[in-house]
Every structure is written in C-alpha cells, then in structure tokens.
Ligand binder design. Structure first.
Ligand code: TRP
Length: 477
C-alpha cells in the first residue's frame, strides 16, 4: 500500500497551522498571560517562539520528511538503534495523554456552543461551569468531541485532514478578526489592551525566572511541538519544498492567531470590569462566557466565539489522533479504519477518567504534558543534531533557497546544543517544582549556589553527558 501524501503545499501548511492553532491559543494562552503579568509574559513568549519554537519545528520537519514515517519508525529507521526505537514509543504515550484531556475540554466547548444559543449560563456563569465541568455529562460531551475527531481522521490524510482544515482555517481567521474588531470598540477596552500590550519592565525583571518556564511550556504546546505531530505531518510531504519557509510561515500564522485571541479576550474582560482575573482552567468559561451575558446580542457573540474555538480544537485534536494512527498503520500494517476505531476505544476510557476526576485532569493537563513535551522535544533536537548530523543538514537544505540554506549550520548548532540545554533547564525546574523538591542553596568549593544556579549546573552537566554519549560518525558537532 502506498503511503498517503498531501495534495498541495498549502494543504500541508494549513493542516500544520490547524494543528498549532487550538485550545492552546484560545484557552491556555489568555489564561497563562493573565497569570503571568500580561504584556511581560507576551514578550517572553514571543521570544521563545522565535528562538526555540521555529528551530524545534524544523527539527521535527527534517526527521519526518527524511524518514517518511511515524515518530517510532522514524527514530528507529534513521538510527538503526533499539534504544531510539524504544524512546519513540514515548510519543505514542504523549499522544494518549494529550488527547485524553484535550477531548474533555473539547467537550466543554461543544456544550458551551449549544448553551450559548439559549444563554443557559448567563444567569450565573461560575455556578454553571462548576456544575458541568466534571462528571457523567462531561464524559458524554467528551465522547461526542472524540467521535467528530475520529470521523475526520477516518477519512484519511487528503480527504479528511486536508479538506477539513482547508475549510476550517479561513473560518477561524475570519470570525476572530471580526470579534477582535468589535471587541476593541467596547467602552473600557483600552485598559485591556494596555494590560495586554504594554509590558511592565519592572515586573518582567522581578519575575523573569517564573515567567520563562511558563512561556516555554506555552510555546511548545501552542506550536504542537514535542509529541511528533509535526514530524508526522511532515512525513506526508511528497515534494521537496523549503521546510524553513514553511516552518516560519506556520509559526507566524499561529502566533498571529494567538496574539489576536488576546485582542479578543482582554478588551472584553476589561470592558465588563472582570479585569485580568479569573485564572485557572475555567477562565475562558467563567470570566469570558460571563462577559457575554452582559453584552447586547450575547447569545450571538457566544455562539460565534465558541464556534471558532470548537473548529480550532478539532483541527488540533485530529493531529493528536493521527500520531498513534500513523504508528499502527506504518508499523503493524493495520488499516486506517481498524487503527482509528481501536484507538477511539482507548481514548474513550482515558478521557473519561480525566472527565470524572478534577485532580487527574489538572495533573495530566499541566505537569505531565509539560514534562512530556519538553522531554520529547529535547529528544528530537538531539536526534537531529547528533544522530542525523550531516543528513539533517542535507535534508534541511533540500528545497531551501540560498538565504535559508545559509542558516543550516547555525540552525543545527542551536538545535543540537543551545536549545537542549535551555529545555533541560526548564524540564529539571519543572520536575523539581512538581515534586516539591528544593535544591540549594548548595555550597560548592566555597561558592554558594542558589536553586537556579544549581539547576543551571545540573542542566549543563546532563546535556554535556548526553552529547558525548550520542556522538556518531555522522555528527557534525
Ligand atoms: N497546538 C495545539 C493547541 O494549541 C494542541 C496540539 C495539537 C498539540 N497537537 C499537539 C500540543 C501536539 C502538543 C503536541 O491547542
């Protein structure tokens, strides 16, 4: 059976943007921004997207297009090593973790889409969300969201994913632009824009080390990095176009939508006196949905808004399901139909667990996802830099113009050395925070190191050790 491929280049770009643009932009980004100082967070986040996100995206693309396989097959084929093949299975686990909680939030969105039409939550938004967030009904809506996701993936790469995202992406953009244009005209919108767009330098300085890991986690999540989604999508590329140009376009479009989502959310919140408050996973559902209640034509605004969010969530959830589907199809010769239905059975159960237990949900959606994505991306970056080495450069240069081509070697150094050190640092600090461990202050040879310095030293040490262990004849570094 020949492997499927995208029909058009724009089809690939829209599918990748569709994967990137999702609840990460519309639900997680405003929530993270409001908890981390508004514009200060935005600034750091934009920096991380540029410095870590784009090179990371290219690493996944290079591995995917070179191997034309799913993440497990790609790592084992290109390395001929059992250890890498075993590591590849982590991505199947990551996909299960991601879609389990994502489908629960997707279910909430579907429910709010329906509830907006009648204004069901207008009277008391907080009580409404509190009554529907976890429980049997949440399971039912999760199953509905999962069923739609599976319906698209069943139809395959071209007829399902490409066609669906080609229709959904323009609709998302048009609706968001309209909502933003309307939001900024509200009385009091200016305060929202000020909070969101004019950074408080003092705050940034004082909290930089707290903002950084949060911004890094958000950047990976929103670009769909570290799970093998982008690798899998690049594996369906038939022709050799410039990966650097496509990657930059995808990151730029995704960032544009994220920033635009903030322009929709913050003016509405401030115009209605909710301020930046109302953090946590319920932010979108309580503060923003509550704001709709106070607006003229609130039902209409609600339906438009949750309609956009539902489309964006779907174009991302299909990319999560596609990871294990491509794994089963490539590696075990299972039919797409068999793989999809079998996996739906698994996700139905794992998602239901998240939909029933708030503690499981927040652990899975927060800590676990952050650690898996960060660790996963480190794996891809080291793989590109140290295992593929010269082949990665070659693949990067294929189809790249001279400008992008000149950046090949600097890219590989960044991807193979600098970015992994940075990500190991965020991984170790995230792990320490999750386990509630404090390391330091430590006294080494008469020098006292605070917690941050200890973590920096540990990160550099871990990175250097793994670089040495990974060196192969092909490594260019
Ligand atoms: N990026 C998507 C969002 O912002 C979510 C997503 C889809 C994702 N595929 C992924 C996140 C793979 C991490 C890894 O909603």
């Amino acid at each position: 059976m020949t492997r499927e491929s995208w029909q058009t280049r724009i089809g690939f770009i829209l599918a990748a943007v569709g994967s990137a643009v999702g609840l990460g932009n519309l639900w997680r980004f405003p929530w993270m921004t409001s908890e981390n100082g508004g514009a200060a967070f935005l600034l750091v986040y934009l920096g991380v997207v540029l410095v870590v996100g784009v090179p990371g995206l290219l690493a996944e693309f290079v591995i995917g297009r070179r191997s034309r396989r799913n993440p497990v097959g790609a790592l084992s084929d290109l390395s001929d090593s059992r250890a890498w093949s075993a590591f590849g299975h982590v991505f199947v686990v990551t996909a299960v973790v991601l879609l389990s909680f994502y489908s629960v939030v997707g279910g909430w969105i579907l429910r709010y889409l329906a509830a907006s039409a009648t204004g069901a939550y207008f009277a008391d938004p907080a009580a409404y969300f509190g009554a529907i967030d976890y429980g049997v009904e949440a399971v039912a809506f999760h199953l509905a969201f999962l069923a739609v996701t599976a319906g698209i993936v069943l139809r395959g790469v071209r007829r399902g994913i490409e066609t669906a995202t080609k229709l959904m992406m323009p609709a998302i953009l048009a609706l968001l632009v309209a909502l933003a244009a309307w939001g900024v005209t509200l009385d009091g919108a200016a305060a929202g824009l000020e909070f969101y767009l004019s950074p408080d330098v003092g705050y940034l300085r004082a909290n930089f080390l707290d903002i950084l890991p949060a911004a890094a986690g958000q950047a990976l999540f929103t670009l769909s990095l570290g799970a093998g989604t982008m690798l899998t999508y690049a594996s369906y590329l038939g022709e050799d176009r410039s990966l650097a140009a496509d990657g930059t376009a995808i990151a730029a479009l995704n960032t544009f939508v994220g920033v635009l989502a903030g322009v929709v959310v913050f003016p509405i919140l401030f115009a209605l006196g909710a301020g930046a408050g109302g953090g946590g996973p319920g932010a979108l559902f309580v503060s923003l949905a509550g704001a709709f209640a106070a607006l003229p034509y609130g039902e209409l605004v609600g339906v438009a808004f949750f309609g956009v969010v539902a489309l964006a969530a779907l174009s991302s959830s299909i990319s999560m399901l596609e990871i294990p589907v491509s794994f089963l199809v490539d590696e075990y010769g299972v039919s797409r139909r068999g793989a999809t239905t079998g996996l739906v059975g698994v996700f139905a159960v794992t998602g239901a667990v998240c939909a029933l237990d708030p503690d499981v949900f927040s652990f899975v959606a927060g800590t676990l996802v952050n650690l898996l994505l960060t660790g996963g991306l480190v794996g891809f970056l080291l793989f590109a830099g140290w295992v593929m080495g010269a082949d990665a450069l070659d693949e990067y240069r294929t189809g790249a113009g001279s400008l992008a081509g000149d950046l090949a070697t600097p890219w590989l150094y960044a991807a193979g050395v600098l970015i992994p050190v940075f990500l190991v640092f965020t991984f170790v600090s995230g792990l320490a925070a999750a386990l509630g461990v404090t390391v330091g202050p430590l006294s080494v040879l008469g020098v006292t190191l605070d917690q941050t310095r200890v973590l920096v030293v540990v990160s550099v040490a871990v990175a250097v050790l793994s670089f040495v262990g990974l060196r192969r004849p092909n490594s260019v570094l």
